[in-house]
Write a protein that binds this ligand. Structure first.
Ligand SMILES: [Fe+2]
Ligand SMILES: [Fe+2]
Length: 162
């Protein structure tokens, strides 16, 4: 598997889009809730590694892309806010599906900007530079680390007496 940062992120985009399609297809509230949880989990990992690894590195290495990166940070922020609103709802709520649909629309717009607007500029400027491999490896290991951390947190929550 390639560890090129742009390849890693595009594969992750494709995976989250598959979850979006599955969400749209189901009519079952419990299944919708489960898929929404998986979507949110994935988006949290993804935006975290972009916010802390890729975006700062691009700002440093390719300062001409500053406007694009600042806009992407804002789009992540908007997605965080929608996620917080979804987390307040039960999957059986009347507006649950609508709220997740707004999340999906936002994320798809954002993915489009990354993949169609500025990832190609990064590729053009850096080609297959080792830097991209390095950032990709850092992102993969951070995602793995967070994944195990989040799993532990979830278990603790379940075990806490109420
Ligand atoms: Fe992304
Ligand atoms: Fe992003």
């Amino acid at each position: 598997m390639s560890t090129d940062a742009l390849v890693v992120l595009k594969e992750d985009h494709a995976e989250v889009k598959r979850l979006f399609r599955a969400f749209e297809k189901t009519d079952d509230a419990a299944k919708r809730g489960e898929l929404a949880e998986q979507i949110i989990f994935k988006l949290k990992l993804h935006t975290e590694v972009e916010n802390t690894i890729l975006y700062p590195q691009i700002l440093k290495t390719l300062p001409d892309l500053k406007d694009e990166i600042l806009e992407s940070y804002e789009e992540h922020h908007a997605v965080d806010l929608i996620i917080a609103e979804i987390e307040k709802l039960k999957p059986t709520a009347e507006n649950f599906e609508a709220r997740v649909t707004v999340l999906i629309e936002n994320v798809e717009h954002h993915i489009g900007e990354e993949e169609d607007e500025w990832f190609p500029k990064v590729r053009k400027a850096l080609g297959r530079d080792e830097l991209l491999q390095e950032w990709g490896e850092q992102m993969i290991s951070k995602m793995q680390e967070m994944q195990s951390g989040l799993t532990v947190d979830l278990t603790e929550e379940v075990n806490t007496p109420r």
